[in-house]
Design a protein around this ligand. Structure first.
Ligand code: SF4
Length: 345
């Protein structure tokens, strides 16, 4: 395919969200990437938070962490390029040890993944012997290796309930844990920094043991933001990711994973929508659903997701960078936790 043909294809979806001059430039890069993808027998996975021109052109599959983990587990390609952040690429490597996994930027980390270490998890296991550990996929491989099972924001409650146990260690996202506790009626404690207030909600017969990790994007949204937007757009439908605080998810009209939010917008009819999550996702939904009016609250962006560009993705395939490796003894243990989650769905 030449760049003119690629430009025409990209224009159909992107002409309302990406300026034409940028679209022509990115169409040229997309053609180079398609060629390199063939040469290297590669598959490209694109997270929902990728910028619109990338999201709607080069990935073979797009979706949330769970979707992309499943795609990574099923691929027969030699090379997996993960347009997402490091913990996602590590998960792909955990599931595909014989394949080359590339992350286009070496700097695409995550504040949540950085909030906890394997040593921290070992400390909690010592403090609460025999209590199963559920770890959000937004963690590094050595933390997953210390866990019994992983979860994503879309299956967190199903994973907790699958354990049929009174107490669960749920790591590391404080707000996701609180949202899970609220929805499932569980009592939550934070042993690292427990306060009287945390322990005050007694009377529930179940415990989640949490950790004070936070997503640096979702923690910034406030109830006041919601009130301000509602006063300007009274008929707006607001959707919040469960990494937002429980106050924010309660004040929103809907809370769910990135995929659940996309489905909700597609299946509902509202004059305006606002997503409380990485801003690029609003652009991606607007591009795919021109009849929907997406408002944006883009003053907070994920600096890690925004590290991944089309230029870097091309260079990843060209120069075989940045190769993701997970030591085998860690990979084998992390595999059990990830695989167990995938079985739950
Ligand atoms: S949006 Fe939040 S959880 Fe996702 S990669 Fe960025 S910092 Fe991590």
């Amino acid at each position: 395919m030449n760049s003119e043909d690629m430009y025409e294809i990209m224009k159909v979806k992107l002409s309302r969200v990406v300026p034409d001059v940028e679209l022509r430039y990115k169409a040229e890069i997309a053609v180079e990437i398609e060629e390199l993808k063939k040469q290297r027998n590669a598959v490209i996975l694109g997270h929902n938070y990728m910028e619109p021109a990338l999201f709607h052109s080069i990935p073979d599959f797009t979706g949330d962490s769970l979707d992309l983990s499943r795609k990574a587990a099923q691929t027969d390609k030699d090379v997996i390029v993960f347009c997402g952040v490091r913990f996602m690429a590590e998960t792909a490597k955990i599931l595909n040890p014989t394949k080359t996994v590339l992350l286009p930027s070496s700097k695409a980390g995550c504040s949540l993944a950085a909030s906890i270490t394997a040593e921290d998890v070992r400390g909690l296991k010592k403090k609460f012997p025999g209590v199963p550990v559920v770890t959000y996929v937004n963690t590094y491989a050595d933390v997953k290796a210390e866990s019994d099972i992983c979860c994503t924001s879309s299956n967190a409650i199903a994973v907790v309930e699958s354990l049929h146990t009174d107490t669960v260690i749920f790591l590391p996202d404080e707000y996701l844990a609180k949202n899970v506790a609220r929805e499932s009626g569980k009592h939550i404690i934070f042993p690292s920094t427990t306060t009287v207030a945390d322990d005050a909600e007694t009377g529930l017969d179940y415990q989640l043991i949490g950790w004070r990790g936070r997503c640096e994007v979702h923690e910034k949204f406030t109830v006041e933001d919601i009130q301000t937007v509602r006063s300007q757009f009274p008929d707006v439908l607001i959707l919040a990711h469960p990494e937002c605080s429980p106050e924010v998810t309660t004040a929103a009209d809907f809370s769910g994973s990135t995929n659940a939010m996309i489905r909700y917008v597609q299946e509902s009819k509202a004059p305006h929508y606002l997503l409380l999550t990485e801003c690029a996702m609003g652009d991606n939904i607007a591009a795919a659903n021109p009849e929907k009016d997406m408002l944006r609250l883009c003053m907070v962006r994920c600096p890690h997701m925004n590290m991944i560009t089309m230029e870097d993705t091309r260079d990843a395939l060209k120069f075989n960078q940045y190769v993701i490796d997970v030591p085998e003894e860690i990979r084998v243990k992390a595999y059990r936790a990830v695989e167990r989650m995938i079985q739950i769905g």
